[in-house]
Design a protein around this ligand. Structure first.
Ligand SMILES: Cc1ncc(COP(=O)(O)O)c(C=O)c1O
Length: 394
């Protein structure tokens, strides 16, 4: 019998486990410590940004980015743009923190925001910020988005939880906004089991994020930053241990996860290249199998490199989607809805606001799915997935 084709396979292998055990055998202090700092520095170097803060999930990274914006107190209003096609925890912190969400439809090329609708929202609502999602490793048009954010004075936050390693114009995503988030959850580009990262090139934001991650205290700041805070508030070094400058959370991870992450970073380039190769094999196979163009294919921005996550498909009708899902499941191939479908139609949104329909995201919601892509996926498995789908919608 054929093996089940799973959405993801663990990227933590025997080497990673042996390395973790070796480190554990040194009987280190099991908390957040020097390995976390080493992982953050290595991550920053890899992304090409100045600062990174390791947290316990990508969702926590999103929460921290939005909360930091609020705490900085520089926003002109509470309006934040959230893509219709996003993850639940892009919208959730917007609601939790009392921001006003403005939903922007997706485009049907790279599944990021529809640029003309985005400009119209910027023009008519003058929001303070937007959280941009790079869907399934496909790069948005970063040049245009950065230009629009500058033109309308909108602070850009990047959610790259599905796109670690995606590049635009030779620059890795994570360097375009004031802050950016990543997820290292099992099955994402690389894994620390659970985990996330906030990146920034701004030292003040970096210091604030570190305080907000850990209770609001100053312990993770450098001596200079600590001195400034302690002098400002007249705090001696002993009292500083339990002095809290901001109303923080505890969203830390631990050195255990960091040790795994450090090792994963050594091989992440190879895993990303394999995902990218698989992505092109999906595109080519779908092109040759799907002569009648019954299934939508993503279009990369020409300046981008796609660190593909899973492979998206959108069908002409809901019935076609249902038939494809049925055939995939029957053949032991895992599949999922195309992330949240349409944020404005999710129960947690409708129960607070009224249902918000968006043309393209509604199509994605009704007719979209994604299928597996991971570094261990075989070419024959990709061909089998594509054949199964095409046979189901003939
Ligand atoms: C776009 C996006 N943002 C945020 C997250 C949340 O990441 P985590 O599962 O690490 O909390 C996910 C999770 O899949 C995601 O796809």
């Amino acid at each position: 019998m054929k093996d089940k084709i799973t959405l993801v396979k663990d990227t933590i292998d025997k080497d990673d486990v042996d390395n973790l055990i070796k480190w554990l055998k040194t009987y280190p202090r099991l908390t957040k410590g020097p390995k976390t700092i080493e992982f953050e520095e290595k991550w920053s170097k890899w992304i090409g940004c100045k600062y990174s803060v390791f947290v316990n999930s990508g969702s926590s990274a999103n929460l921290l980015m939005l909360y930091a914006l609020k705490v900085m107190g520089k926003l002109k209003n509470d309006k934040v743009v959230v893509p219709a096609l996003a993850w639940a925890t892009d919208m959730a912190p917007v609601l939790q923190l009392g921001f006003d969400p403005l939903i922007c439809d997706c485009n049907l090329e790279n599944l990021s925001v529809d640029l003309s609708q985005l400009e119209s929202i910027f023009h008519h609502h003058a929001p303070s910020a937007m959280i941009l999602v790079s869907v399934l490793g496909l790069s948005p048009d970063m040049e245009k988005i950065v230009e629009l954010c500058k033109k309308y004075g909108v602070t850009l936050l990047e959610d790259n939880c599905e796109s670690q390693g995606t590049e635009f114009d030779g620059i890795r995503l994570g360097n375009f906004g004031l802050m950016s988030s990543f997820s290292t959850y099992f099955g994402h580009t690389m894994s620390t089991i659970e985990g996330g990262m906030v990146c920034t090139n701004d030292k003040d934001v970096y210091d604030l994020i570190k305080m907000l991650r850990s209770h609001g205290w100053d312990r993770d700041l450098d001596e200079d930053a600590q001195r400034k805070l302690r002098d400002k508030w007249g705090v001696d070094d002993f009292s500083a241990l339990y002095t809290f400058y901001e109303p923080g959370f505890n969203l830390r991870s631990t050195d255990l996860q960091a040790v795994i992450g450090i090792k994963q970073l050594d091989k992440v380039d190879g895993m990303i290249d394999q995902r990218n190769e698989n992505f092109y094999h999906f595109l080519d196979t779908m092109k040759s199998y799907d002569k009648k163009k019954k299934v939508w294919r993503p279009t990369e921005h020409k300046e981008s490199f796609t660190a593909s996550f899973c492979y998206p498909m959108i069908f002409k009708t809901k019935k076609d989607k249902e038939n494809a899902v049925k055939a995939l499941l029957k053949n032991d191939i895992e599949t999922r809805p195309l992330i949240c479908g349409s944020m404005g139609t999710q129960p947690f949104f409708i129960s607070r606001y009224k249902r918000h329909e968006t043309t393209n995201a509604n199509i994605v919601d009704e007719c979209g799915i994604y299928v597996p892509n991971h570094p261990k996926l075989e070419k024959e498995e990709i061909e089998f997935i594509c054949k199964t789908v095409i046979d189901a919608v003939k």
